[in-house]
Ligand binder design. Structure first.
Ligand code: GUN
Length: 285
């Protein structure tokens, strides 16, 4: 069994991005900028946003976080996004999800300018991904694809089973795998007999948020496992969706939690923001 080490790969990517940022600043005079919107007091969201901000600092981006109260109105959020859309110092916009229940999330995500949509959640970018065109791809599944590349894992013709069909992870993950010529199955909360599907997987990707959802009897020998879940166990430790202790014995490769997909998500946010900044600099010339 080999670990897919997202922690070290993300560090390597960050160093490359930091070098590129230095060059870009010299050649264009532009500092890449990311604006993050954080609504409410959810500790997990606040922790993610804090990590994203620190990562921006490490690679030399400008970043600003708009912290807004839980009872914020739709109109105030919309006005803030319009301001970010029109601010030339901002290349990337990230709305940390989830948003409170009074907010129409779809409308908010559709308001983000597609060329600043570094999370890849705007329907324009979702459409480009599903048609295999260049655009912004959601950071978590993009990070998984970088892990496959780094470890020379060939996807062509492989049976990939994605468990979880969220807009943030499962659906874009499936689209990327399909674009890479894998055979893709998507399982979700209404899937009957999950084990029947997971046993078929050459590569099993799980992003549900359920501790020990995948046990060793549910996977075949030498499976590759990508654990995209992040859960807080009773003992306070971070764990994924896979029973790592028992399942890892059967794997050829597996991502640890923490230190697998999580750090890759942040590295891909940096990558997307630099891509946005480069595109904007070009359009200014
Ligand atoms: N909430 C959980 N994951 C994510 C993510 O990748 N991006 C944003 N914006 N919010 C999230």
């Amino acid at each position: 069994m080999q670990l897919l080490d997202g922690k070290s790969l993300s560090k390597k990517i960050e160093l490359t991005i930091a070098d590129e940022v230095k060059e870009f600043k010299v050649s264009s005079g532009v500092v890449p900028g990311l604006a993050v919107m954080l609504v409410g007091q959810d500790p997990a969201s606040a922790a993610y946003v804090g990590m994203k901000k620190k990562a921006c600092d490490r690679v030399g981006f400008y970043s600003v976080t708009h912290e807004m109260p839980e009872d914020i109105s739709q109109e105030t959020i919309e006005n803030t996004i319009s301001m970010m859309n029109n601010n030339p110092s901002i290349d990337g916009i990230l709305i940390q999800l989830p948003l409170p229940p009074q907010i129409d999330e779809t409308k908010i995500l559709e308001l983000v300018a597609p060329n600043k949509d570094v999370d890849g959640f705007h329907p324009f970018n979702v459409g480009r991904l599903t048609t295999g065109l260049d655009g912004f791809v959601p950071c978590t599944p993009l990070g998984v694809m970088e892990l496959f590349k780094e470890y020379d894992i060939d996807l062509k013709g492989k049976n990939c089973v994605v468990v979880g069909a969220s807009n943030i992870v499962g659906k874009p993950m499936a689209a990327l795998l399909l674009n890479a010529d894998a055979t893709v199955e998507i399982c979700h909360i209404f899937t009957d007999d999950l084990k029947k599907h997971t046993l078929d997987a050459d590569i099993l990707l799980v992003g549900v948020g359920a501790i020990n959802l995948i046990t060793d009897d549910m996977v075949k020998q030498d499976v590759i496992i990508i654990d995209i879940g992040i859960n807080r166990a009773d003992n306070g430790k971070l764990v994924g969706d896979v029973d790592f202790k028992n399942v890892s014995n059967k794997c050829s490769y597996i991502t640890p939690v923490p230190g697998g997909v999580g750090p890759m998500t942040i590295a891909m946010l940096l990558k997307n923001t630099l891509k946005a900044a480069k595109a904007h600099a070009k359009s200014r010339i």
